[in-house]
Design a protein around this ligand. Sequence first.
Ligand code: ZN
Length: 102
Amino acid sequence: MNDSLFFATFDPLYVNAPDACSLCIAQPPAFTYEYCIEQNDGQRHYIKGFCCTSCSAGLLQKLARREAQEWAQEEAELEAGEMDVTDLQKRRLATFGNVPAR
Ligand SMILES: [Zn+2]
């Protein structure tokens, strides 16, 4: 599964942007975003909207958390097959830290 996240700026003179971020409904939006979640069957689910700078950081963290969970899951599957996952685990922890599972 490969999720993706794109941000783009917009020109408020030419784009009819909402007054508030689609996620927190509090701050004015700074970007448009497109979050693509690839599901187990390969289907892609797109979430699009306008978001503020603070929520854009939140979306990136969400992407990182999902990826960390996926790496941990792959690691667990390999470990169950009696493979040495020491290097993989080291890499995951160096990349994402110890992200708690949801
Ligand atoms: Zn927001």
